[in-house]
Design a protein around this ligand. Structure first.
Ligand code: NAD
Length: 518
């Protein structure tokens, strides 16, 4: 037994020691980037070079390359799957306790390398120090939480007594699992999906996002250092269209654990459903997808609290969280007052390179994302009214854009319906609370949502009727904690799973009933 689970505390950067540690780590990663040779694939425990390589860059300063990576194609993915298949029987036969101990060692190593991991995310992902630190802390939480929870699953399912027989139902791993994470929580989500698959006895082919392979590499190194055997984890960075595709369609893959966009997720669900020659199972797909997350502010709300919650949820990490607030629906009695406070808070946001801890908002992840954000701003100018921000910022050639607020967004319009995944916040006016709730629910997504209100009756109604996987009342709608707010959405936001919750590991297991007559 490991003792009770506790969330990893966040680093206090007003402490000069922590500040110095982060500065050192940033310097270390920058120096390492200059000297490093291309990072190889890791298949069956062996480093493997590829003919083609690709680079990872700093979105605050795209001139700065942070490392080269071997580029896995479909053939490399097949090698990784074969290695994972070979390693599966021995790993599956290990006791759960032993695998759980490896996760706890990984958590310990992540603590040891905490600032280094966070520095990679600041440089490669454009996360400010606090966001990067929270991402690392969440990765540690996943290791600690799933290590403990695995022991609950090891106890099996309770079954009834039947005379003359020994009956039990226990949980068995699935086999080879493809883990395909996004770039936006490149440490936490990548770690969570990978260690959940590993601790339950599966073997893994991990394909990090091509935007953030360096943090994927660092996590894989930590897992190997913690004791994950050769072939049990295979590291194959490469394009979604080739490497990712093979990890989905290959008949030897038993399950796919994906987090990313709705478009890619639905494609994976469709391809995984197709029976391939020689395939002996129905592939399981865990797909966590996008959101169009909404905060409702009613006329009873504390408007300072509401404005603060909206700004933090909309512009933290440049709005690039699946949980980010992208719409606020305001009951019209308090509309003007709320907007005034919202603009004051938004006006205090600093934007710039995130190596400087004074900058709250950094760059968006890449040029395509910047273009997409600016296209939505243009739609906002045409169909509604941009009342704050909206401009690209010319800083070191980085992908910076101002925090943007668009007023009078029409229900059903692109700004009301589509996931932008950038710092663009839409405002909608509602006649009353009923109308606000209807507008909030009028989306195909159902990930996070929030209500700022002092009315008990409305809070209870939101609890029942606001159709999202994670609902928050009188606070920000981002920042779910492992074990505290199990995370995952409804409808087009995913397959209804809850990462960091007590039923998550069940997605990586199958129950076997055993009967022995005396
Ligand atoms: P994405 O869908 O573009 O990519 C996700 C991963 O899929 C990447 O590793 C990518 O290389 C891979 N991929 C792309 N095409 C593929 C294919 N054809 N076959 C197999 N793999 C393929 O998403 P992204 O831009 O990395 O991440 C942002 C998205 O993720 C947003 O929509 C966001 O809402 C969502 N997200 C959801 C959650 C959640 O918990 N619901 C959490 C984080 C991010």
């Amino acid at each position: 037994m490991f003792g009770p689970f506790r969330n990893e505390p966040l680093s206090d950067f007003s402490d000069p020691q922590n500040k110095a540690a982060m500065e050192n780590a940033l310097g270390h990663i920058e120096a390492e980037a200059k000297s490093a040779r291309p990072h190889p694939l890791i298949i069956g425990g062996k480093p493997l070079k590829t003919a083609e390589t690709f680079q990872t860059f700093n979105p605050s300063n795209p001139q700065q390359a942070l490392g080269a990576f071997a580029k896995a194609g479909a053939a490399d993915a097949r090698l990784a799957i074969a290695a994972a298949e070979k390693a599966f029987p021995a790993w599956a036969a290990e006791p759960m306790q032993k695998r759980a101990e490896i996760l706890r060692r990984a958590a310990e190593l992540m603590r040891k390398y905490k600032f280094e991991l966070s520095a990679v995310m600041t440089l490669e992902g454009g996360k400010n120090w606090v966001e990067a630190d929270a991402d690392t802390a969440e990765a540690i939480d996943f290791c600690e939480y799933y290590a403990r929870d695995a022991l609950n699953w090891a106890a099996g399912m309770a079954v009834s007594y039947y005379p003359g027989e020994r009956n039990e139902t226990f949980y068995a791993p699935l086999g080879v699992i493809s883990v395909i994470p996004p770039w936006n929580f490149p440490c936490a989500i990548l770690t969570g999906m990978t260690v959940a698959a590993l601790v339950t006895g599966n073997t893994v082919c991990l394909k990090p996002s091509s935007e953030t392979p360096l943090i994927g590499w660092k996590v894989a190194q930590i897992l190997f250092e913690a004791g994950v055997p050769a072939g049990v984890l295979n590291f194959v960075p490469g394009p979604g269209a080739t490497c990712g595709e093979e990890l989905v369609v290959n008949p030897r893959v038993r399950a796919i654990c994906f987090t990313g966009s709705k478009e890619v997720g639905l494609g994976i669900v469709e391809k995984a459903a197709k029976h391939q020659p020689g395939q002996k199972w129905i592939k399981r797909v865990v797909a966590e997808m996008g959101g169009k997350d909404t905060l409702i502010v009613d006329e009873t709300a504390d408007l300072d609290k509401a404005a603060m919650a909206a700004v933090t949820s909309a512009f933290g990490y440049q709005g690039q969280k699946c949980s980010a607030c992208s719409r606020v629906v305001i009951v019209e009695d308090v509309y003007e007052k709320f907007v005034e406070k919202l603009l004051t808070h938004a006006g205090n946001i600093t934007v710039g390179p995130v190596v400087d801890p004074g900058n709250y908002m950094g760059p968006v992840i890449n040029a395509a994302s910047l273009k997409k954000v600016l296209e939505y701003v243009a739609i906002g100018r045409k169909t509604a009214k941009v009342i704050h921000g909206g401009a690209k910022l010319e800083l070191d050639g980085g992908y910076f854009v101002e925090p943007t607020i668009v007023d009078r967004v029409k229900p059903g319009s692109p700004l009301d319906q589509e996931e932008i995944f950038g710092p663009v916040l839409s405002l909608l006016r509602a006649r009353d609370f009923d109308h606000a709730l209807a507008l909030a629910n009028a989306t195909e997504f159902g990930l996070t949502g929030g209500l700022i209100s002092t009315s008990r009756e409305r809070i209870e109604r939101a609890r029942r009727e606001f159709f999202v996987g994670n609902l928050y009342v009188n606070r920000k709608i981002t920042g779910a904690l492992v074990g505290v707010q199990p995370f995952g959405g409804f409808n087009m936001s995913g397959t209804d799973s809850k990462a960091g919750g007590a039923d998550y590991l069940g997605l990586f297991l199958q129950a076997k009933s055993y009967t022995e007559r005396f």
